[in-house]
Write a protein that binds this ligand. Sequence first.
Ligand code: IMP
Length: 201
Amino acid sequence: MKMVLASGNQGKLTELKTMLAHLNIEVLSLADYPEMPETVEDGHSFESNAQKKAREAAEYTGLLALADDSGLEVDFLNGQPGVHSARFAGEPKDDAANNEKLLQLLKGLPWEKRTARFRCVIAICTPAGEMYTADGSCAGFILEQSRGDGGFGYDPLFYVPQYDKTFAELTMEEKNKISHRGIALKKAVQILERIKEGLIR
Ligand code: IMP
């Protein structure tokens, strides 16, 4: 069985291949289809963006397709930056500028109001057009200053009480265990197992 990851991101491809190693699924990515038009991510939710990416990749390639969309929701900002997480501070995409903007918006805000969560939605679209979704979230607090130098994006500001660390201070293994993407991916693997066994199509 062949599947395409609706992303050109090498890190995500490696992670997916590792998670699917037991399933004997050949995983391609959009790097294998450079001529495919880029999906416009204009949805108002992680679900709609992930589903649009998966559907377009399945239609273009004729293969089973998997796509993810993720971001940070800050309660005090009514769920922002949400689907705008990557470009919160505008173009071009800049993690440091995004983090600085977030710090400014939360300046002086007491600890108990600095709650936030990362969310991830994974959409799987079959060649027949059937859509399945899996989601994951991870709750935490936005610190008043960065801590740690691992990870990417908002990781240095995202504190998880369970580990008394930010995402940027966790090992990859620790992060995968509790992260929004790790949780959604585990559920997605279960869906793929059922597709592979022919239990759903
Ligand atoms: P994407 O959907 O994986 O491209 O992520 C969109 C944006 O959400 C990223 O550019 C980051 O700003 C933010 N984001 C998503 N997941 C994470 C994470 O695990 N750590 C830090 N930032 C994240």
